[in-house]
Write a protein that binds this ligand. Structure first.
Ligand SMILES: Cc1cc2nc3c(=O)[nH]c(=O)nc-3n(C[C@H](O)[C@H](O)[C@H](O)COP(=O)(O)O)c2cc1C
Length: 390
């Protein structure tokens, strides 16, 4: 099957990955209400076509934090992309570089920032930070991040609790992985993944680990009990954001904001940007869809800080809707993970090319040759949604 869209890539990923790994990537939390809401809210938002406009030359470029990007897209930070494809994080970094966009490395990646930087020279690397309970170790990590030349730090603020992902538990894919007959059978039924991903890890560096854990703490993800030092700190407050602002000299972005007051406070604490995000429907299952709260946040703050957004993007038209709702650029998670699961770097490159093509076609239908000119004028909310909003 030649994949024609993100959904085709999802299907390829589903076939290639052990069920436990696929569902870890693909699914949401609890009853997946937030994930369904993401799709529903994006589909409910309509784009208004404009006819007889010259759209022979479409320009998708933009500037984020003063840097030119070929597309209004940033590759979202995703934990453990290296479990989908050997060196998956490097594949994502290279695909992003070749598309002229940044790649945001996750604190929980399988490949370290130094190794990614070495294997993807000239990539624009951002870093996503989870603050650990041990703040000294967090500072050490930040020094590494600075040492690697990162300019943009993304503090993820929306994960004060571990979300309840029941299928992960059933599949034996909780972290740490609990060995089970079911998980073993699952892996055995996917020999290609076993040979190309897991065995390569085992032969070269051993069982995959969170690469940014300090050496002394590195626990194989199959082993029990990650030390509390490296738990995501749920005592984090706005004071910590101010402190981080004082210490981090580069751009500082707060990811996971859905409320107007929080967006304002992030700005007041000195953040340069925010990501309006429901973490892809993976954290709070009753979270609102970012596309529904984005216009009010962007109206109030886009002139003062950079407003990014993510969650649920599967088509170029979804990107257009986020941009028209006030985002400067979007982050994309799963769509690219399906790409690397199906074909490594080439898969990610192709997913970005498909989205670029869909973006161009959508802009042509809207009679809008420049993506950066999109605005609420291009949108028409469906009747029922408008009623709900009033
Ligand atoms: C498998 C997976 C792992 C993720 N890991 C992280 C992470 O380590 N840090 C983080 O801030 N967000 C993480 N996210 C959330 C993404 O950064 C992003 O917000 C989300 O994927 C956007 O939704 P989408 O997948 O529908 O594009 C993860 C998402 C997925 C799918």
């Amino acid at each position: 099957m030649r994949p024609l869209n993100v959904s085709d890539y999802r299907e390829l990923a589903r076939r290639r990955l052990p069920r436990g790994v696929f569902e870890y990537v693909d699914r949401g939390t609890e009853d997946e209400v937030a994930m369904r809401a993401l799709r529903d809210s994006l589909d409910a938002l309509k784009l208004v076509p404009k006819v007889l406009a010259d759209v022979a030359s479409i320009d998708l470029s933009t500037q984020v934090f003063g840097k030119a990007q070929a597309l209004p897209v940033i590759v979202a930070p995703t934990a453990m992309a290296g479990l989908l494809w050997y060196d998956g994080e490097v594949a994502l970094a290279r695909a992003a570089r070749d598309a002229g966009i940044p790649f945001c490395i996750s604190t929980q990646s399988i490949t370290s920032i130094e190794a990614i930087a070495a294997s993807a020279p000239a990539a624009d690397l951002w870093f996503q930070l989870y603050v650990w309970e041990n703040r000294g170790l967090t500072q050490d990590l930040l020094s590494r991040v600075r040492g690697a030349g990162v300019e943009t730090l993304v503090l993820t603020a929306d994960t004060p609790a571990s979300p309840k992902k029941e299928w992960n538990v059933r599949n034996g894919f909780s972290i740490p992985i609990v060995p089970s007959l079911r998980a073993g059978m699952d892996v055995a039924l996917h020999p290609r993944w076993l040979a190309r991903v897991l065995l390569r890890h085992l032969l070269r560096t051993g069982m995959p680990t969170y690469a940014h854990y300090p050496e002394a703490f590195k626990t194989r993800i199959t082993r029990s009990a990650v030390t509390s030092d490296l738990r995501i700190d749920n005592r984090l407050t706005w004071d910590d954001l101010r402190e981080l602002r004082r210490r981090w000299p580069g751009r500082l972005v707060v990811k996971g904001i859905l409320g107007l007051d929080d967006a304002q406070r992030a700005h007041d604490c000195g953040a340069d940007g925010i990501v309006v995000s429901s973490h892809g429907g993976r954290n709070l299952d009753s979270a609102p869809s970012p596309i529904d709260v984005l216009p009010a946040i962007a109206d109030r703050l886009a002139a003062r800080l950079t407003v990014l957004a993510d969650s649920g993007i599967r088509r170029g038209s979804d990107i257009v809707k986020y941009l028209a709702s006030g985002a400067q650029a979007v982050m994309i998670g799963r769509a690219l993970l399906y790409g690397i699961a199906a074909g490594g770097e080439a898969g990610a490159v192709d997913v970005l090319a498909l989205l670029r093509d869909e973006l161009e076609r959508t802009l042509a239908f809207l009679g809008e040759p420049e993506a950066r000119n999109l605005s609420s004028e291009n949108l028409r909310r469906s009747h029922s949604l408008a009623q709900r909003a009033t």
